[in-house]
Every structure is written in C-alpha cells, then in structure tokens.
Design a protein around this ligand. Structure first.
Ligand code: BMA
Length: 852
C-alpha cells in the first residue's frame, strides 16, 4: 500500500491530572501546543507576558497534565504497519493507547516512533492519552537521588541539569520561569507497508577547485516483510529541472539502506549571502514494490565546503571559517528560542527573524545551548537566505551529570538531531555546550586536559567532559563527517576559556565581570568572540504591551525591574549611563539612552574586531549576545520580542557592510584621571572590505567642532587608495589631535568613496558624551515620496544638520522598514533614509537624538 499519514492536530482535550471532576477536560485548540497555551485558550490563565502575570502562572509549572485524543480506526491493509510518530514531547511523557502503555519518554529533544499495529487489531475508536509529569518536581527528585554529583552552574534551578528539557524553561537572566509541558511538536499516525525512514544527501567529496562534487544519496528503508521486493529510484533536480536519476536500485538487506552516487561537474555552489547564490539542489527518492510507488521523500541540500581554520600564527592559533575556499568574517548574533511558548512560533516568524539578520548584514547565527535544536523551518530559511549556523548542543551553564542512562539518552538525542539537520548547508559547526567549561573553571572542577582516557573523566567531579569530548564528538564524526566539531563555547585546546589566543571566547568584561568601559572593547577580544553584550530597553510600544498602569511607566518601576531578569541590572545599566551620558528620569529618554549605550558598545566591538580580521585573521568573527528575546523584556537583545529593532541593530549593520570605513581616536579613560582632558589623542583611519576584488577608493577626513559645526582645520583627502580584498587597509595610523592647540571638542568624520559613490561613513566622537554640549543642532529631516524600482511606495528622509548630531534614531513601526537609523549626522553631509511600508496617511515617524 502507498504510505499514508494523518496529523493528529485537532480533537484533543486536556486536564490537570489532579482534577478528576466531570468538567475537568478542556478543549485543546490545536496540537502542537503547551499546557500554558491551552489554559490561556480556555481562559484559565492570563497572558504570562504581561505585568506580573508570570507569577500568577507559576502554579502551572507545578502541575502534571493529561492530553487525550480519540481516533477512528484507519484503513489497515493486511501487510501494513501502523505507527504513532511523536516529533517532540515535553518532557516526562507516558503514553497509553486504549489503556496500554506504549511509550515512556523523558527527553524533549527526541522524536519517537511507536509501532501500534497489534493494538489496532481491535476495532476503534481508539483512545490515546499522554500524561506529562511535572518536570520541575521530577528534576528535583532526580537531583536528590544523586547527592554525590556537584550541582553547580549559573541561571535557573540546578536541578534542570538532570533533565533533557530546554534549560531556559527554568528561567534565565533574560527569561521567565515558564515550565511548559505538552505535545510541543507534531504527532501523526502513519500507515504503510514500506517507508523511507531517512534520506541523506551526503557530499562525499568536493575537489579543491570546487569544480567537481560527488554526492552519495543514502536512504534508510523501513519495510518489514517486503524489503526484498523493494527497489528505489533517486532523482536529482535543480530549480525543478531533472539533472540525473538512478532507478531500480535494490535495498541492502543487512543494513536496510539503499544508496546512489551522483557526480556533478561545475556544481552551483551554496554561499552565505553577499558572497554568491544560495543554490539548493533537491534529491528525491521513490520506493517501489511490484510496480507500485509506496513512498516518496525529498530533501534540499547545498554544495559547499566549510572549514574552521585553526593554524598557529603570530597571535596564537587562528579560529575562523572558510566557505568554498573563501575566508569569511562571521559577524552575527547568538539566538535564543524566540518564545517561551515554543509552539506559538510560526514559519513566518522564523522567516522574519532571518530576513532581519540578512538585511542587517549579519552572516552567522549561533543557536545557543540553553534552548532547543531549532525547528526545521528555522534551518530551511537559513539555507534559503544564506545565513551560516553555529549549532550548539543543548547544554548550558552547568555541571551536567552523566549516569549511564543519561549518557545513552544524550547519545540518542545527538544522533536524532544530527541526522535531522545534516543536509542543511547553513550548518557549519557543531559545538558541545555553552559555558560548561567556564562552570568547570569557576567551580574548580577537575579537568586535566592531558588525560585522554574518557573512563577517567567519568570518575571526576566534571564528568560531562565525557559528553563533550567523547559522545558528541563521536556522533558528529559518524553521522555528519566533515562538519567541524568544537567541544564548547567558549573552548580553546583545553586552555583557560578566557584565553584570547586560541579558540572562541565569551567576552563579558563589559557588562558582567570587571565592567570595563565599552570604548576599549576591541582590545578585549580573542580569536573569535562568540558572545559579548550590553543591555538596552526595548521599544516604547513593547513596554506599553506589558506595563499596564500609566503610573508604572518610569525607568525604575517595579514591573520594569520584574521584566529584567539579569542580576544587578540596575547597577550595571546605571554604571554605563552615568559614565557616558546625562541621565534622565522620564521613560522615553531613559529607553533611548540605554539604547544609545548598547549601540555604541556594539559599534566599538564590531568595528574594532572587524579591523583585526585584516591582521592575520586576529579576530575571526563576532556574535553578539543576543539577537532576540523569548518574551517582552529588557535584555541584551538588539531586536525585541516583537521584532522591533533597537538602534544597535543599525550600528552593527553599518559595521558589517561589505566595505566599511573606521575612524577611532585612542581611549582616554576620563574617570581614572578625575576628568582631566587628554592633551593629545592618537587616531587611526582604516577600511575593512569583505569584497574579493581589489577596490580603489578615496577617503575624506574632516575635523568638525561639536559646538559650532565649523571645521577646525582643513580636511584631509586620501586619493586613490588601494583597498585590500577581504581584509583591512590602513589609511592613516597614529594621526594626532593636539587638544592644547585645538581645545574645542570635535568629531572626526570619515567618508569613503568607491567609484564616485559614498559607500561608507564613520564618525569618531570625543568621549564621554555627557561633557558635550548638544544644544541647538540645526537638524532637518525632510520627507519625500517616491516609487521604488519594484513599484513600492517609499518615503525618503533627507537629513542634514548644522552641528554634529549623535545617534539619530527613528521610531520603529510594525511592517515599516528603515534602511538606516541610529545615525550620526555632520554638517555638509546630507544623508538619506529609505522608509518602506509607511502609508501616506500615517503620521510621520518620530525621531530623537542625543541631548535633544
Ligand atoms: C552568556 C550566555 C547566557 C547569558 C548571557 C548573559 O554567558 O551564555 O547564559 O544569558 O551570558 O548573562
């Protein structure tokens, strides 16, 4: 018979396990879901994202739930198998069918398949019940059974380490404690006599000139009694056109696989955006028996090579990505699950996030280890739009236990997910965990790098080394050979995780740690900065969503503090504000000021590290903490829960432009010299290019008084600069500002022309901003309407100023896109912002700038 499947997405009811009353069962709108979403739908729970409602939702975390579904007998031909397939159960699930236990599961990250043929011999209707035990209690119970383990780490209740459930559900320093339970991914009924269980287009080789590739299509077949009669045919297509096919291949009875090899000459390569096209080939397999097609499956994949280059150099040992032979500076972001209620994330929302990254010039996204192995749709969009994925395994900020059952569960989880993800060209690295080696260091757990005997690791108080340096390494080597594996983030050859000479690094000495001035961020980086961040308030409309009372709309209100889960956030926000800007008490200004600080922090980090790329790949990439939020909150995100960009999104975008200019004076630490001004400052001007060809450009550097807007000395012009491809070109090093001769505070304004067009700007400011007089800037924003080449109505904002303007930020509106924002404006340099999606009748966008 031909393969048949039916999603069991409707017709479910659920109840609290303890509530046995006759009216306890409530309808479930649709599966996948969580108990929280279903309670909200039944008016039993208020939206936990508003006000203090998170607290009112805590009782849900302490409950167990039963989900129930009745289905009619499907048509079952004589030789057929019937299976129930669960793509994800959150988390301690015990499943019965007609009262018989068919599955017991305790790992949210796994999919399960249960053969129910024998049970379905009895006539229907059949009753499927899934009981979800309270994960919070179960975690504590397991923890208490293992008193010898050292339950240490950061964020959330450490009992979480005992359970294979998204770790951020226990609360994080940006997320609420929402312990979901439920059928969080699809469940379906399958009836078949044979099926393709897995299809893997494995790129077995790519020649060094990328002119030839071989792809082996490997399929796993599940055909119980009829395996011998089965044959398979493969079809390889590109944009719907068949390139090749192979028919009539018999299935290997020993391992139940079938495979075919395809040779491609001059393959169209898959590239990250900005470097080439995102070509996706498609392979499909059809499974036949006695002239009938029984099942068909297809997958899209890309042809590309991906390497992490770690070679000794003058800075230590490099750490950067080379895709199709091209070195790529990976500027981008870390990603957390984009909702605490995971099933509420639609495909469209995933797409919007990744589109935003691409529009922001970001190359890489890091799926962080305290969340989930993302939905297929997430990786599909990354493939389509050309965003590289750094994939952590799901371990974060803790000392994980590894008793035998746990080890087995982790191995199965890793195999399941690597097999699910391995065809995605976007995934270029797998990483063992997030910050678990930092926990090992801070808690002084045993780690002797030179001891290479895994059995010994299990006997130490840091047994999780066995997970990162054995289990996961083996799983990646076997199931996705050729994808680079790195034991942890951060990690570098067993050296201390803060070692800047090797591996990747989380640089938290701005904000956390020693709370350095962000102006020196560039000097604090390592070989690849996979985390660093600065908090900022979200957009006002996002705050309005969760702050219900007008009286609470002030910066330090109780509810605003409640929506900021970071330890010591009041002090740290205040520190960076008082050091740099004149602080404010009205909410709108305060929001803006925190956003300016975040934007500046990101600018200092990204521009500096990108410059270092040109110096023997000193810095291979920078992934800011964090792109997104899982609820409306105050966090390090540069785009808030509702996809509203904060100003930092735009400063990062400018720093990552394919050709960017940088101008920076040396840091003068005003606070340690009691605010004495410097007598002189050195400064540098450089160009960063990720283009593959040599460009020629012209640079102009102006010295403009912040007070008067006058040029203090004549501009410097650098003609006919040869811009190095994929690197950094120093235009001027050790320029000198003599503050005695020119005491007026002034900006250094640099512009770069390539082929007659201004392609990049950068402006360096005297620090800190709080000493500057920003009165009367003479700013003009003139709107004009035009129709774009694609027929879209756009508004053009023409912006000019008589005196330097710092961080001009336009209001964000939903479905309105801005080409730029968070800009600095200087006299004599009109700038243009393109606004798309704003209809003519709407009010003009509001804006503000520093000192307004
Ligand atoms: C990092 C992350 C997260 C955390 C963030 C901010 O180290 O890995 O655990 O949310 O810092 O503190």
């Amino acid at each position: 018979m031909a393969f048949f499947e039916k999603r069991l997405s409707t017709g479910w009811t659920f109840r609290d396990v303890d509530d046995e009353g006759s009216d306890a069962w409530m309808p479930v709108p649709s599966i996948p879901s969580t108990a929280q979403q279903d309670l909200i739908a039944n008016n039993k729970l208020e939206n936990p994202y508003i006000g203090f409602n998170e607290l009112k939702a805590r009782w849900v975390n302490e409950k167990s739930w039963i989900y129930r579904h009745e289905f009619e007998q499907p048509e079952i031909p004589a030789d057929a198998t019937v299976a129930l397939v669960f793509d994800g159960l959150d988390t301690f699930a015990s499943v019965t069918l007609d009262g018989q236990k068919i599955l017991e599961s305790d790992n949210m990250f796994m999919g399960y398949r249960v053969n129910i043929t024998d049970i379905l011999i009895a006539k229907g209707p059949h009753v499927l019940e899934i009981k979800f035990d309270c994960a919070q209690f179960r975690a504590r119970e397991i923890r208490s059974q293992h008193p010898d383990h050292k339950w240490v780490g950061f964020n959330g209740d450490m009992a979480r380490l005992a359970v294979r459930k998204a770790q951020y559900h226990w609360g994080w320093d940006w997320g609420p404690v929402i312990m979901t339970a439920g059928i969080w991914r699809e469940v379906r009924l399958e009836v078949y006599s044979a099926r393709v269980a897995d299809l893997w287009p494995q790129i077995t080789s790519i020649s060094s000139d990328h002119q030839k590739a071989s792809v082996t299509m490997i399929a796993k077949i599940d055909a119980a009694g009829i395996l011998e009669s089965c044959t398979a045919s493969f079809r390889l297509t590109l944009r719907g056109q068949e390139l090749a096919h192979q028919d009539n291949i018999s299935v290997n009875a020993t391992d139940q696989t079938v495979q075919a090899e395809f040779q491609l000459t001059n393959p169209e390569l898959w590239w990250p955006h900005g470097y080439g096209s995102q070509t996706l080939y498609e392979v499909s397999i059809s499974l036949w028996s006695n002239g009938k097609e029984l099942h068909k499956k297809s997958k899209r994949f890309g042809i590309r090579s991906a390497e992490v280059i770690q070679q000794p150099d003058k800075h230590g040992k490099s750490f950067f990505f080379r895709i199709n032979g091209v070195d790529i500076f990976c500027g981008g972001s870390c990603w957390i699950p984009t909702d605490s209620l995971l099933p509420s994330i639609t495909a469209e929302r995933y797409r919007k996030w990744i589109e935003l990254m691409v529009a922001g010039g970001q190359m890489m996204i890091r799926v962080w280890g305290g969340g989930i192995y993302e939905d297929d749709r997430f990786y599909e969009v990354c493939d389509e739009l050309g965003v590289l994925v750094w994939q952590d395994f799901m371990f974060g900020c803790g000392n994980y236990p590894v008793w035998p059952r746990m080890r087995e569960s982790i191995r199965q989880e890793a195999i399941y997910n690597v097999q699910r993800l391995r065809h995605h060209p976007s995934i270029v690295i797998y990483v063992g965990n997030n910050e678990d080696y930092q926990v090992q260091e801070q808690a002084k757990l045993t780690y002797h790098y030179d001891d290479k005997n895994p059995e010994n690791w299990l006997k130490t108080d840091f047994p999780a080394r066995y997970i990162y340096e054995k289990i996961l390494l083996e799983v990646v080597a076997e199931h996705s050979p050729g994808t680079f594996y790195h034991p942890g983030s951060p990690w570098g050859d067993g050296k201390i995780t803060s070692d800047p000479t090797v591996g990747d690094m989380h640089q938290w000495n701005v904000w956390h740690g020693s709370q350095e001035k962000y102006q020196i961020f560039a000097s604090l980086g390592g070989r690849f900065n996979s985390e660093f961040g600065m908090e900022a308030f979200p957009h006002m409309s996002t705050i309005e969503y969760f702050v219900e009372n007008e009286a609470d709309k002030f910066p330090q209100s109780h509810v605003l503090d409640f929506h900021n889960k970071a330890d010591g956030h009041e002090r740290r926000l205040a520190t960076y504000l008082v050091e740099n800007v004149r602080t404010a008490t009205d909410l709108e200004t305060y929001i803006y000021l925190t956003q300016v600080i975040q934007a500046e922090t990101m600018m200092f980090g990204y521009t500096g590290w990108r410059r270092q790329w040109g110096d023997e790949r000193h810095c291979g990439g920078a992934l800011l903490w964090q792109l997104n939020d899982c609820w409306p909150t105050i966090s390090w995100s540069i785009v808030d829960y509702f996809l509203r960009p904060k100003p930092a999104y735009y400063t990062v975008k400018r720093a990552l432009k394919s050709v960017a200019i940088g101008v920076r004076r040396e840091h003068h630490d005003w606070s340690v010299v009691h605010a004495q001004p410097p007598t002189s400052s050195r400064y540098d001007v450089w160009i960063a290019s990720s283009r593959q060809e040599v460009l020629r450009g012209k640079v102009e550097l102006r010295f403009i008084s912040v007070v008067s807007g006058e040029e203090l000395r004549s501009a410097m012009i650098f003609e006919d600069i040869v811009i190095k491809p994929n690197g950094t070109t120093n235009v001027l090093t050790n320029g000198m500002i003599d503050h005695i001769a020119e005491p007026e505070p002034h900006v250094l304004s640099a512009r770069l022309w390539v082929g007659g067009d201004i392609v990049a700007r950068d402006i360096d400011w005297p620090q800190p901003f709080k000493y500057l007089d920003f009165s009367d800037r003479g700013l003009e924003v003139k709107p004009e309407t035009r129709t774009s080449s694609t027929g879209e109505k756009q508004q053009i904002l023409k912006i000019s100023a008589q005196r330097p303007v710092k961080c001009l930020v336009f209001e964000e509106r939903d479905n309105v896109r801005l080409s730029d924002s968070a800009m600095d404006i200087v006299p004599g340099d009109e700038q243009v912002v393109i606004v798309t999606g704003l209809d003519e009748s709407s009010a003009p966008l509001k804006y503000r700038y520093l000192g307004q």
